[in-house]
Design a protein around this ligand. Structure first.
Ligand code: ADP
Ligand code: MG
Length: 699
């Protein structure tokens, strides 16, 4: 009760309101308006009193009776035991933690309402830790179900309920959708819907509100999907009005690149190359995602796009998530392009100052035609002379902010003020590469502003990788296999466990594993690679492994991308059950790059949970990254998928683009309609649902 009073006072006191809002941010509520959309997890029914004699309740009920005894008992453990009686029977209420004040207020003769599970206990009917309050005779019952909100530490139900009540009284609840739209799609009114969800009448089918199948939930889910579509489509429309330099190279340089590479394109590579070429030839910026499984040959396709840009006289930038991958890309691109007179520059993250200044000068003068690097490329002092194409490798590895930087600030950093197209500043064409495919439903809901090309076949001559699941207790057999492989002149990776809680611990584990394996294999040269090594040490170790000086490479998951050593044919992954499926698949893709038969051993710790077993089974059964992603989605649900988290848009809280696909389609249609005819409604809807997306949209 005390809590509720304090909260009510805070309504009049702006400082107290601030303090309350600060607390509410713990449950993701940043503005009072957000409380309107903070829906209950479930409801308690305190609208009617059940007779105690009705006995064992199936779920919590409200009972009311006169208190006839209250004592602190010490057996079997300290507890407050309260006995109440209504006209029908008596029941015992037990509290294992309680305040002295409670004990005092429970005097014989007072009336008590208790809400909880009524059960046949050791000593007759009882309720364990019911929610309890004293009642004056005739005190009315709640007329609506009592909401139970998602909460957090120090954010009490009382605080939440009061904040929601305040929001419902003071915030604008008017509808962002016209009656015609609501009728056409069978949607309930906004105010009516949120009022019902925060305070449902007692006769409602309470399971349909709780499991979100009630008709008002349809409106809420629709609104959420609509907000998402509005933000994506606003962005698309802006993009359509932006300009880029059309790149219409003849493809002759591409032919030379291919002959330098020494192989022909697969049909799939050829197809996506044509899709990209068509985009590049347009005067609006390309925004294309090239997805293809690990090892499907995305790099060469990116290089061919780069070749078209170079033929048109512009500069190209390639951004990679890690230094190691950047170095690998740098080697590939210089091998293919330098011989034709195009200088390729690696802008490493940790260059000495003078060298960095020199590199930056070469980028801004246009002398460096292709610039490869990590997110260090996004730094403010990096300016291009005539950037026409930006390539982001392994785009799913970049966080939301880096993608925002790329789209927004990135275009400023990378724009080329000297060459206007018409009266507008041209932007670079953007090509993103990813081995993590985006399921179709997520593609419409989260990535609608991206065009997608897919490489759906692997280059010829690959021998499939065999995957083995081995319990950690059979480690010795695994060690023998590693020894055999290395003695036969092959090379192997040993991947250390992922320790998400602590980077320091992860590093320590890698160092320990390396020491242990050095002792196990005195006859082998064993290297160590982890994220904390200096760049020079990393590349020294990598080249030693590349040229065969090292036979076994102990590594953290840093080798997930950008390592291409064809002689390595065995990989051991420790604690595979801790890793994500996409990650396991990527790691496994480090072997099987040559013609030798390759094996990936997934060591796991027993016992495995059912889910962990299911997940490992997926990687065991399939070597197709798209299939793995599909089954991962089934096991985890779309909200969890990396793609959704990294799309730069807020996650969907209520709607599920797979289950609610009909609503999603309706939302797409309504979004187009509103954008064409009703900018006020768009503004209002976005302000309510995605206040933060504005920043993203303006990016
Ligand atoms: P990813 O799609 O994972 O980035 P890469 O571009 O690194 O894959 O290619 C993997 C390997 O396949 C590289 O060694 C590359 O040279 C080789 N490769 C790519 N395309 C072909 C092809 N059409 N024929 C033969 N080998 C190819
Ligand atoms: Mg790659």
């Amino acid at each position: 009760m005390a809590m509720v009073n304090r909260v009510v006072d805070s309504n009049r006191n702006p400082r107290a309101l601030q303090a309350r809002l600060a607390l509410l941010t713990r449950v993701g509520l940043k503005r009072l308006d957000d409380c309107v959309l903070h829906f209950p997890l479930r409801y308690d029914d305190e609208t009617r009193i059940c007779p105690i004699a009705s006995g064992n309740s199936n779920g919590p009920i409200l009972v009311e009776g006169e208190l006839i005894a209250c004592e602190v008992s010490r057996r079997p453990r300290r507890q407050l035991v309260v006995t109440i009686r209504d006209g029908s029977a008596q029941a015992t209420l037990r509290f294992f933690s309680f305040y002295p004040s409670q004990e005092k207020s429970f005097r014989p003769g007072v009336r008590v309402r208790a809400y909880g599970d009524l059960r046949d206990g050791y000593d007759g009917l009882e309720m364990i830790h019911p929610r309890c309050r004293l009642v004056a005779t005739g005190m009315s019952l709640s007329e609506t179900l009592t909401p139970v909100y998602p909460s957090a530490k120090r954010v009490t139900q009382a605080l939440l309920k009061d904040s929601v009540d305040l929001a419902m009284r003071t915030c604008d609840l008017s509808d962002s959708l016209s009656k015609e739209i609501r009728n056409r799609w069978g949607l309930s009114g906004f105010e009516e819907s949120v009022r019902l969800l925060h305070a449902p009448p007692p006769d409602i089918d309470s399971s349909s509100v709780a499991d979100r199948t009630h008709v008002v939930w349809r409106r809420i889910k629709f609104d959420e999907l609509l907000a998402q579509q509005l933000s994506i489509r606003t962005h698309m429309r802006k993009r359509a009005s932006r300009v880029a330099v059309p790149l219409r190279g003849q493809g002759a340089l591409g032919q030379s690149v291919l002959s330098a590479a020494g192989f022909g394109l697969t049909a799939a590579q050829h197809r996506v190359e044509m899709e990209i070429a068509a985009d590049l030839a347009r005067a609006r910026p390309m925004q294309r995602l090239l997805q293809g499984d690990v090892g499907s040959g995305k790099t060469i396709v990116a290089a061919l796009a780069a070749a078209r840009a170079l033929e048109s006289g512009g500069q190209v930038v390639v951004m990679s998530p890690t230094e190691m991958l950047a170095e690998q890309t740098f080697r590939d691109f210089s091998g293919w392009l330098e011989r034709h007179g195009f200088s390729v520059l690696l802008l490493s993250g940790n260059l000495p100052r003078t060298q960095r200044r020199n590199s930056i000068a070469r980028i801004s003068s246009g002398d460096a035609r292709v610039v490869v690097g990590t997110h260090a490329l996004l730094q403010e002092d990096v300016h291009f002379n005539n950037l026409v194409l930006a390539i982001v490798d392994e785009q799913h590895r970049f966080g939301v902010h880096q993608r925002v930087a790329l789209r927004g600030k990135g275009t400023q950093v990378w724009s080329s003020p000297t060459r206007l197209v018409g009266s507008k500043m041209p932007e670079a064409h953007l090509l993103m590469l990813s081995a993590t495919p985006i399921p179709r439903t997520l593609a419409i809901s989260h990535y609608a502003d991206l065009d997608i090309s897919t490489i759906d076949e692997l280059p010829p001559g690959r021998t499939p990788i065999a995957t083995r699941l081995v319990a950690d207790r059979r480690r010795n057999e695994v060690i023998q296999r590693v020894r055999d492989a290395c003695m036969q002149g092959r090379q192997a990776y040993w991947v250390c466990p992922l320790i998400e809680e602590s980077e320091a611990l992860q590093l320590q584990t890698a160092v320990d594993t390396h020491a242990a394996l050095c002792a196990t294999f005195p006859e082998l040269a064993v290297g160590l690679l982890h994220g904390r090594l200096k760049a020079a040490e990393k590349s020294a170790t990598m080249s030693a492994f590349q040229c065969g000086e090292l036979q076994l490479l102990v590594a953290t998951t840093v080798i997930e991308v950008g390592v291409d050593v064809t002689n390595a044919s065995l990989m051991v992954i420790e604690h595979a059950e801790r890793m994500g499926l996409a990650q396991l698949h990527q790691l496994r893709g480090r072997v099987g790059r040559g013609s030798a038969k390759s094996t990936c051993i997934l060591l796991y710790q027993t016992p495995l949970s059912t889910l962990a077993r299911e997940r490992l089974k997926v990687v065991y059964e399939s070597t197709d990254g798209f299939e793995i992603a599909r089954r991962d989605l089934e096991l985890r649900g779309p909200g969890e998928l990396m793609g959704a988290r990294q799309s730069g848009l807020p996650m969907l809280r209520f709607a599920d683009p797979v289950r609610d696909v009909d609503l999603l389609e309706a939302a797409c249609e309504v979004a187009e309609l509103l954008l064409d005819t009703d900018p006020e409604a768009v503004e209002k809807h976005l302000a309510r649902w995605l206040p933060e997306a504005r920043e993203w949209l303006n990016g």
